[in-house]
Design a protein around this ligand. Structure first.
Ligand code: XBP
Ligand code: MG
Length: 268
């Protein structure tokens, strides 16, 4: 029998690290967090834009706040509606948006999604390494972690790969490739947690197994290639719904289920 491993044969590597997306995965930050902060920045600068819940859903096609504003100006407005100096103002406008967003988070208004804190605590207890790979600004990650898990939680994550640290944002795989390189781990030794089509394109580009928890903005996205698609991570007293994939008889996502999902699909 030929025992040589080929690219197409499945082989399980030991799972060593969990890599988390932030927006939509750890917390439902988009509709009531980022969107609100963008609108506050637009008001502050008197540019007369307002992003409704619906419009913002369309704008999520583009990741990155600066990129999203540029996309809106180019694709949603007539040239006449765009202030002449807008393009050069975008970094300043984005800094104002980050200020509004972090202020909003500091009020504790945006909680973590069900099961996130429990899974992170269990992963730490069991010795899994943790990282973050996100399109948002580092300040925003710090604000979310500080005001949900506490300031000490920043140090639980070995790598916080965020924002402009790589030039090409999701759906490019660069942010995950960066996190893997910083941790000196192969993709087969890690599993990613995402919520969106742009997110899974990024993880798949980096060859990572991926667990998806959908939200209102992403429930109709294409998650081909995911290890499982869930409506939430769930809690012992709050069962998840399996959208696609096999959770055996589990009713919430714990490390044993993560391990099982990783073993089923890991490739090297
Ligand atoms: C998050 C994003 C970000 C935030 C805004 O995507 O798309 O653009 O909406 O963040 P992901 P900034 O969850 O895939 O990382 O304004 O700080 O860029
Ligand atoms: Mg996301």
């Amino acid at each position: 029998m030929n025992t040589r491993t080929t690219d197409t044969q499945l082989k399980t590597a030991e799972l060593k690290a969990f890599i988390f997306d932030v927006d939509g995965t750890l917390s439902n930050t988009e509709r009531d967090g980022h969107r609100v902060a963008f609108n506050q920045a637009f008001d502050e600068y008197g540019i007369g834009w307002h992003w409704s819940v619906e419009t913002y859903g369309e704008l999520l096609e583009v990741t990155g706040g600066k990129e999203r504003m540029k996309f809106y100006a180019e694709k949603f407005l007539d040239k006449s509606e765009v202030p002449e100096d807008l393009m050069e103002k975008i970094p300043e406008l984005h800094a104002a948006k980050t200020r509004h967003y972090t202020e909003l988070l500091s009020t504790g208004a945006i909680p973590l999604r069900p099961g996130v804190e429990r899974l992170i605590n269990e992963a730490r207890q069991r010795g899994f390494r943790l990282a973050i790979a996100t399109t948002t600004t580092p300040e925003n990650v710090t604000a979310l972690l500080t005001h949900t898990l506490g300031p000490e939680s920043i140090d639980w994550f070995e790598v916080i790969a965020a924002g402009d640290i790589v030039p090409a944002k999701k759906p490019a795989p660069d942010i995950y490739d960066y996190a893997l390189k910083e941790m000196n781990l192969s993709a087969a030794e890690c599993i990613a947690f995402e919520d969106s089509a742009n997110g899974i394109k990024s993880t798949k580009g980096a060859n990572l197994n991926t667990i998806i928890t959908i939200n209102d903005y992403t429930s109709d996205h294409d998650f081909t290639g995911a290890s499982i698609v869930l409506d939430q991570m769930g809690e012992p007293d709050q069962s998840f719904s399996v959208i696609s994939g096999d959770a055996d008889d589990a009713s919430y996502l714990d490390c044993d289920l993560v391990l099982k999902l990783h073993q089923q699909t890991a490739t090297i």
